[in-house]
Structures are given as structure tokens and as C-alpha cells.
Design a protein around this ligand. Structure first.
Ligand SMILES: [Zn+2]
Length: 172
């Protein structure tokens, strides 16, 4: 099963990795008040933020939940229904390479996650591309270019190679 199908098609397939020892440590130290996004990434254990997905993308993906967790390290997106949203998230604090608008940044991460299986997710990819271009004025190919230049990002797929495949899919 691909990362994408786990992440987007099968929300029940991946159980969130939840480290109770970290949580109890935070409770003991009183840090729990500010630690609202304490669930690490299921793939790389990186820091995650919980954000709503843009409505048009939620509809296109048919995943039911519009709340997703986005890993700030590997940029993998996983459905996260019922989780408290990370407020005041500024993508620029993670990297200047991400689109400034939080919704556009989430959509870009969704695109990257979907690109792990271009064949399976062709229609969904096209919907996200359309959202980025028409509602956000973001060039998805340029966004992937920018992400591929950031050494701190470690997506499970090579953004450069997927960018080439996306360009082919979009006939550009
Ligand atoms: Zn991750």
C-alpha cells in the first residue's frame, strides 16, 4: 500500500503514533498547555500541525474528514478527524519555500502526498492543482521546485522526480 493510499484513502489503515511517555512528561512539566499538536508524524515522527483542508479539496478527495495532520519534516498528510486544530500556523516559520497562505501550504503538502501514486490519484491530483492555481494563484510545479531545494524537508518521495511526472500529466 502506498503512502498516499494509507494517508488519504484509508484513514483507518494508519494508527497515529502516540507516545504516551512524551505526553506524560509534558503533563509533569506543565508544558501540556501549549502542546496542542503533540502527535508526531506516523511516518518519520516529525513535528506535525493539524489544519483544516480547503473545502474544494476535501470534496475532491472524498475522505470525509477535512481535518488533517501535516508533517513539517516529510510533508506527509494524514486525515486526523476530531483533533484540535493548530492555531496561528505560519508556513513561513517552517520554510520560506512553502506557500505563505496556510491553506495553500496544506494543499501543496496534499499534492506531494498524492504524487506518491500518480496512477491511482490522477483525478485528485488534478483537483488539487486546479485549487492551487485558480483559488490560490500558486504554481504547483514551482511549489514542488521550491520544496526540493530545502534540505530540511525529507518527503518519502523525490519531489524533483514527481515534479517531472506532474509536468507530464499536465502537459507542460
Ligand atoms: Zn513526517
Amino acid at each position: 500500500m502506498t503512502v498516499l493510499s494509507r494517508a488519504v484513502r484509508g484513514p483507518q489503515a494508519v494508527q497515529p503514533h502516540y507516545d504516551h511517555s512524551i505526553v506524560s512528561f509534558r503533563l509533569m512539566t506543565g508544558l501540556s498547555i501549549v502542546m496542542t499538536a503533540g502527535i508526531p508524524c506516523g511516518l518519520c515522527e516529525g513535528n506535525t500541525v493539524v489544519r483544516p483542508m480547503p473545502e474544494s479539496i476535501t470534496d475532491a478527495l472524498e475522505i470525509g474528514s477535512s481535518i488533517v495532520r501535516v508533517c513539517e519534516h516529510c510533508l506527509t498528510v494524514e486525515p486526523s478527524p476530531g483533533t484540535q486544530i493548530t492555531r496561528n500556523w505560519e508556513p513561513a516559520d517552517v520554510s520560506e519555500a512553502l506557500p505563505k497562505d496556510p491553506e495553500a501550504a496544506v494543499a501543496t503538502a496534499v499534492l506531494l502526498t498524492l504524487l506518491s501514486s500518480l496512477a491511482l490519484n490522477r483525478e485528485e491530483i488534478q483537483s488539487v492543482v486546479e485549487y492551487l492555481e485558480t483559488e490560490q494563484g500558486v504554481d504547483p510545479l514551482l511549489a514542488l521546485d521550491r520544496i526540493s531545494t530545502v534540505p530540511e524537508f525529507d518527503p518519502p518521495i523525490d519531489p524533483k522526480r514527481r515534479r517531472a511526472q506532474l509536468a507530464q500529466l499536465l502537459n507542460r
